[in-house]
Write a protein that binds this ligand. Sequence first.
Ligand SMILES: [Fe+2]
Length: 483
Amino acid sequence: MKKRILRMFEDKGILVDPDALDALADSADAMKCANIILDDPLRPLVLTRSDVENYLTCQPAPKPPEPMSSRDRPIGEEAIRDDGPLEVKIVKDITGNSTCVGNLIDFAKLFNDRYTTLTKILQRRRELSGLVSIAKAKKVQRDIRFVGIVNDIRQTKNGHTLIELEDEEDKIQVLLMKGSKKASESFVKDEVLGIVGSFSKDGEIVIAKEIIRPEVPINSGMVPNGSNSILAFVSDIHVGSTEFLPDAWNRFISWLNKDPAAKQIRYILMPGDLVDGIGIYPGQEDELLIEDIYAQYAELARLVAMIPARIKIIMMPGNHDAVRLAEPQPALPTELRSMFEARTIFVGNPCYLEIEGRIILAYHGRSMDDFIGSIRNLSYGRPAEIMKEMLKRRHLAPIYGERTAIAPEQKDYLLIDRVPHIFVTGHVHACAVDEYRGIKLINASAWQSQTGFQRMHNQTPDPAKVPMINLGTGETWVEDFSS
Ligand SMILES: [Fe+2]
């Protein structure tokens, strides 16, 4: 079997790491997985174990959920469902791992981690085989391949696009000719790009032939795994706001408790803005029903306690919550956690989770403001399009120095370094269910009608919708509690 697989890849000029070969051979359907990788236009030049793991068809055969080890079990997680223990693992989260002290050196480490991680991903792309550093590219002065972080983007007076890229030690100017397909693409500051190009006659700038993004590979999505659990998404509740929608919430709670269709809901993930907070935007005090932050969380605890006890709750903060604003944000502090039932799991923003074998990337979505401000055609009403831009760049918040505050951690927790099955966001108060290269995309509505601030910024929310996903089949749908 291994020899056959190896030959298939060799025929296509792909080197296979021994670990990757083992992972393929151990997968439930090695040949199917190998063929999916070979059919992917973004397949790597050297196949590694993590590549194989990212091609989601290579999952073990469906088996009943195993009980979690005590090491995997988050604090406070004791809930047991009728047919076995609930499975929630926190895969990656800043909570308890913050290293930042806020000096310039820390920012250098953060960007270095971003550059290094995304360069490793780009290195596997055949178009970038033989890539060199920018300094070396300048010495070679012929056809070159390199990777850099976007430092500046501008239009020349002749209408060409000029991008300044930098790596750990040098900078370079890259020209995208007016009218070319590349020039029609949208670039944002601080994203990482791979460039294939050649130097201009005067040797000053590089004329780009190809621009390669880290991009997520195409995969076959959520192969049925035997689970019958449903994961529901409830975002941007904004408890404490005068615009919070208690009637819609009560309809949702009543449905959860009475409707047979709700029986299989085992988990509810809340991707941020749990409460409205205090002093978040100018004039917010006029739109607050509850003006004390602790009282807001106490009311949230009361509302969440109405959710049937069989359902595990996962709470993440957003930019309205009582944690630091700079991302990555840690989970709610202990004094607030103690207000909630033991079935509640508290995670940071962003966070990678694994629930019943499915990898979930949850991010509140503050950077959507910066994406909308930087890329034409993106809007608050179509968040899935913004999520696709994040996946292309393998980064949740690449743009530094705009509205999204970034904490100078030594590791970049906003990198999309693992390909998820499900990617969920909130923040824009829209409801969207979509798919991109096999990844389910969800933006999880809100429980607040239009605020004065949103009216001023021409944002129309689509509240009281609950997107859901069947963790076994990957089927997605939306339940509407708006009327
Ligand atoms: Fe919000």
